[in-house]
Design a protein around this ligand. Structure first.
Ligand SMILES: Nc1ncnc2c1ncn2[C@@H]1O[C@H](COP(=O)(O)OP(=O)(O)OP(=O)(O)O)[C@@H](O)[C@H]1O
Length: 361
């Protein structure tokens, strides 16, 4: 679906990146200054590489060898930034229809009413951007980008400026865009859990290079990428099914596969799917269940993979879902943990961050 080879030198920074992927959504993950935004600018055409080639769904946007360079406004690439960048003097309706009006009828892909319904923008149509919350502005920015009928949607940390509550409100809309529009997306974020809510397919960038791409947990465990994860932070995203729980306890109980997880109170009905984030470094391992301990969660699992780097051990554990656990290599050796071993994954209720919940369809 997306294929590129790009070579750019700008000041002291050099970007040499290539990718050929069929994934409909790719999460672009990497440290600050690694070149993620630069790569997006090269794709949109607002920045020109010294050499390069870009194909989206087989359509050539750039090929320096053949002197092909489709201008920015004809590339059909939608862009959503950290902040909405809406036109302040236009109301939501006119912000949304801006890109639509520039298209010939045959180029249009979505109707205004459909996007308004998809992103629940109806009550906001007559408002000006300054009257909207950050999350509402991002929904309008997403709608505006979609109505311009993009072949590819680039999202440059679209939730970085939002607090956790607003992020939780936006994520379901991003999932809807993915599920219902079929527009391929390249999603840049520092937060692994955000990427994982949308896709398992990630590409990791460092110092202007794309180090690896593919299934998130495999990529994160590769030799080149594992060292980066210490500073980037590894997180697990689990989707749990809420069980009936008494509110007086202050906690909710949910199912992860066949096992119960105690999590901070979720104000939702039993049966809902709850998305939670657990940092890999917040999980401890024991060889068997421990009695008389305040830690509420002890999930049984089997070690599927172990990777080590610089005295850290990253273990992939099957607990009914895949759980990444980070411990010191010394602990792993002291416990003599090996692939195939049964273990208990211990984590406190407070280590769990709620990302949001939704009723199961
Ligand atoms: N206009 C510019 N001229 C020269 N160098 C630049 C320019 N803009 C950015 N750079 C450099 O290019 C490199 C990559 O920057 P870029 O903004 O693409 O990184 P990033 O991965 O998106 O970072 P972040 O996650 O912090 O947004 C950095 O070293 C940066 O200093």
């Amino acid at each position: 679906m997306i294929e590129f080879e790009l070579d750019l030198k700008r000041g002291n920074f050099q970007l040499q990146a290539s990718l050929n992927s069929e994934a409909s959504v790719i999460g672009l993950f990497g440290p600050s200054g690694s070149g993620k935004s630069t790569l997006l600018s090269l794709l949109t055409g607002s920045l020109q590489p010294q050499h390069g080639r870009i194909l989206v769904d087989g359509r050539c946007l750039l090929d320096t060898a053949r002197r092909i360079n489709i201008p920015v406004h004809q590339r059909r690439i939608g862009m959503v930034y950290q902040e909405g960048r809406l036109f302040p003097h236009l109301n939501v309706r006119h912000n949304l229809s801006y890109g639509l009006q520039l298209l010939k009828p045959a180029q249009r892909r979505f109707k205004l009413d459909d996007i308004v319904a998809l992103l629940e923008l109806g009550p906001l149509l007559e408002q000006r951007p300054r009257q909207l919350s950050g999350g509402e502005q991002q929904r309008v920015a997403l709608g505006r980008a979609l109505l311009a009928a993009p072949q590819l949607l680039l999202l440059d940390e679209p939730m970085a400026a939002l607090d956790d509550r607003l992020k939780a409100q936006i994520l379901p809309f991003l999932r809807r865009i993915k599920d219902e529009t079929g527009v391929p997306m390249l999603y840049v974020s520092h937060a692994l859990h955000e990427i994982l809510t949308l896709t398992q397919h990630i590409a990791v960038m460092q110092a202007g290079r794309l180090l690896a791409h593919g299934d998130a947990y495999e990529v994160l465990g590769t030799e080149h990428v594992l060292p980066l994860t210490q500073s980037l932070g590894l997180e697990n995203l689990l989707k749990l099914q809420l069980l009936p729980s008494p509110q007086e306890s202050g906690c909710s109980v949910a199912l992860c596969g066949q096992q119960q997880v105690v999590l901070p109170w979720v104000d939702a009905v039993a049966g809902c799917e709850v998305a939670v984030v657990i940092p890999a470094s917040s999980i401890a391992l024991a060889k068997q269940r421990i009695e008389g301990i305040s830690i509420q969660n002890q999930l049984h699992g089997t070690i599927r993979a172990i990777r080590t780097h610089d005295q850290r051990a990253l273990l992939s554990i099957d607990v009914g879902a895949e759980l990444l656990v980070e411990i010191t290599e010394k602990s792993r050796q002291d416990m003599d943990l090996q692939c195939g071993d049964s273990v208990c994954c211990l984590f406190k209720t407070q280590a769990i961050r709620l990302l949001g919940h939704q009723r199961k369809a």
